[in-house]
Design a protein around this ligand. Structure first.
Ligand code: FMN
Length: 195
């Protein structure tokens, strides 16, 4: 896997999930992957009006055009998903909904988190069919981080027993996403995607 986008979408001033996003970028970077954080708040797309494809070529907002190019060029996607009221975070959902074809034919993985012990798994359940609908193949393994602020410090460094558990599970998770990303890239080389 050459290029990975790590997508994160909390707009809160005191957001904690950025720790997990930073951790994932750093850990994949350490494996030689060009991992880039796509922070929905920093990208700043408007609330969905027109999808990217509904603009005449070259007329979409610059941030949307830049992101479209990055999505098209990526080998895989990692969605760092927090849970709001048993569901997805609106900022990340809003960003993803601007695009469709740009997501096709690559694998996606989920890394969920929450303040409590349920680790955002219900948001993971909500994201899974959404990512499938958008043409990504969601890998079976998922990272789930409960008590996020007791698992990663502000620099995204693992702390305590939660941090140690995250470190133990990360290798297999990363190996799996890398395998599927390489498989998709090799198949795209061999056979053009049917649509
Ligand atoms: C609007 C809102 C709804 C939340 N709902 C849930 C929830 O359903 N389940 C849960 O485990 N935590 C919930 N939480 C707590 C979050 O897990 C925690 O605030 C987390 O840090 C949110 O991610 P963020 O800091 O990256 O925005 C909620 C937080 C907010 C702000």
């Amino acid at each position: 896997m050459k290029k990975l986008l790590v997508l994160y979408g909390s707009y809160r001033s005191d957001r904690a999930g950025i720790r997990l996003a930073d951790y994932c970028v750093r850990r994949f970077g350490g494996r030689g992957v060009e991992a880039e954080l796509i922070d929905a708040k920093a990208v700043g797309l408007p609330m969905l009006d027109r999808m990217y494809k509904e603009y005449e070529p070259g007329t979409a907002p610059v941030a949307m055009q830049d992101l479209a190019k990055k999505i098209e060029a990526a080998d895989a996607f990692l969605f760092v998903a927090g849970e709001y009221n048993w569901g997805v975070q609106p900022g990340l959902k809003n960003l993803t909904d601007h695009f469709l074809e740009q997501w096709f034919w690559r694998p996606a993985a989920l890394a969920t988190y929450s303040a409590g012990r349920f680790a955002g798994v219900r948001a993971g359940q909500a994201w899974h069919p959404t990512l499938s609908e958008m043409g990504m193949v969601v890998i079976p393994s998922m990272i789930s981080v409960g008590q996020i602020t007791q698992t990663l410090d502000e620099q995204g460094q693992p702390i305590g027993s939660g941090g140690a558990a995250l470190e133990r599970s990360f290798g297999k998770f990363a190996d799996e996403l890398t395998w599927w990303a390489d498989a998709a890239a090799a198949q795209k080389e061999r056979v053009k995607p049917p649509y």
